[in-house]
Design a protein around this ligand. Structure first.
Ligand SMILES: Cc1cc2nc3c(=O)[nH]c(=O)nc-3n(C[C@H](O)[C@H](O)[C@H](O)COP(=O)(O)OP(=O)(O)OC[C@H]3O[C@@H](n4cnc5c(N)ncnc54)[C@H](O)[C@@H]3O)c2cc1C
Length: 395
């Protein structure tokens, strides 16, 4: 346990966001303690996409060189119609993209990303990592906080960062705004050897096949040796109030509309586990005294822009910079941080919902989407400048 003579910043949650925050604070000379609920620090066994906006953040955290050997740099983001299998449009990720955004787009195994940040945290004396420490409550104290964990242990701290994810108990205490919004979007995932993949049309790209109430994403990981597959359905049964929504038979049912080559890709996703997706409407405050939120705890988003973790990493870098800029006045720094992050993260949440509609369009909406996409240029990233051009971080 820390003492007041040696004050620490407390971070609840050791996911990508929490560890990035710990590292960002340590790099600015703070002592940090990460309290993680799970018995081990870790991530799930699937891939994640990283937009060019997050690359300079990982550079600032000093981890990009360790991560790069694990990254795959696709040549394009391709959208194809799941019904016909035909390509609809693409964003080329080559020279023009890199010139425009200064940094590359990459994909990486989540365990390689999280593991790289974890290793960097382990190498810093300023950071203490504790597993099996689920936060249950905190109290604001003069000049700090006191956190209580599930096992009864207590930690005093200068401040608390709630990086405890979608079901954040820190958020529940700060905002008391109830459960996140259940969306009826359900995800099935699988990673298979690339050699087992039959349709090899887009082996060097990130491809998304889109159809009515469904999409399927594919990209390669780990030097191209394995293929990451993510099948998502927007459940019709959920809309009808059927509690069996999102089951493997509904997955098959919705994929029945697809071209045989796309339907066949369901063989690559496991049926034993699925993820039922949630998000939240953006809020205008996620700070209380010396406590603030970060990542999914603050602004959980659907995955349609592939930016939830990117936002968490941006949050972490900005948060530590604001604390430095405010001379360690945590409350003022946290208010400045949320002011700086609010609109950008709200735009991600709301744009992700919109892009989900675009992907999952059927009937006339599908016709409109396809005809508009047929008109766009491949070197014109789809109105993504606001996102991919990244952020200015306060010194
Ligand atoms: C299908 C899908 C695809 C996605 N693809 C992308 C993508 O391509 N690119 C991208 O940037 N984002 C993507 N995301 C979003 C991304 O996964 C999340 O936004 C990101 O992982 C959030 O990180 P976090 O650290 O905020 O939260 P989490 O990863 O949820 O971490 C929270 C941590 O807090 C711990 N915790 C929980 N409760 C407590 C407690 N009481 N006390 C202490 N610890 C606690 C948890 O065990 C966990 O370790 C995707 C999401 C989904 C669902």
């Amino acid at each position: 346990m820390s003492t007041n003579a040696n004050p620490e910043i407390l971070v609840a949650g050791g996911g990508i966001g929490g560890l990035s925050a710990a590292l960002a604070f340590a790099l600015r000379g703070h002592r940090v303690r990460v309290l993680e609920k799970a018995a081990e620090f870790g991530e799930i066994d699937y891939g994640i996409q990283m937009g060019p906006n997050v690359y300079p953040m990982l550079e600032r955290l000093g981890v990009i060189k360790a991560l790069e050997p694990h990254a795959v740099f696709p040549d394009a983001l391709v959208m194809a119609d799941a019904i016909t299998g035909n390509e609809l449009t693409r964003i080329s990720l080559g020279a023009a993209f890199r010139a425009r955004y200064r940094y590359p787009y990459f994909v990486i195994h989540r365990r390689d990303l999280h593991g790289g940040i974890l290793e960097a945290c382990r190498s810093r004396d300023e950071i203490t990592l504790e597993a099996s420490k689920g936060l249950v409550r905190f109290e604001q104290r003069a000049g700090g906080v006191r956190v209580t964990c599930e096992d009864g242990s207590e930690y005093p701290g200068l401040a608390l960062i709630g990086a405890d994810g979608l079901w954040s108990p820190t958020r529940a205490a700060v905002l008391a705004d109830g459960a996140p919004r259940l969306t009826g979007h359900v995800v099935y995932r699988g990673v298979v050897p690339t050699d087992d993949v039959i349709d090899r049309s887009y082996l060097n790209s990130m491809v998304i096949y889109v159809g009515r109430n469904m999409h399927l994403v594919q990209y390669r990981l780990r030097a191209g040796t394995v293929m990451n597959n993510v099948a998502t359905i927007e459940s019709d049964r959920f809309k009808r109030g059927d509690p069996s929504f999102g089951s493997p038979d509904e997955l098959e049912e919705i994929f029945a509309q697809c071209a045989p080559s796309v339907r066949d890709m369901l063989r690559y996703v496991a049926r034993e586990r699925n993820w039922v997706l949630h998000d939240r409407d953006p809020v205008t405050n996620w700070t209380q005294g010396n406590v603030t939120l970060l990542g999914d705890a603050a602004h959980p988003t659907l995955q349609y822009l592939a930016q939830g973790a990117c936002m968490a990493i941006e949050d972490a870098v900005v948060l530590a910079a604001e604390v430095a800029r405010h001379g360690n006045d945590f409350n003022q720094a946290f208010l400045a941080y949320q002011r700086g992050r609010m609109n950008r993260t709200a735009r991600v949440v709301l744009s992700a919902r919109f892009f989900g509609h675009v992907c999952h369009a059927g009937g006339g909406a599908r016709e409109l989407r396809n005809s508009l996409l047929a008109q766009r240029s491949h070197d014109d990233p789809w109105e993504a400048d606001w996102l991919y051009k990244g952020i200015e971080v306060p010194q």
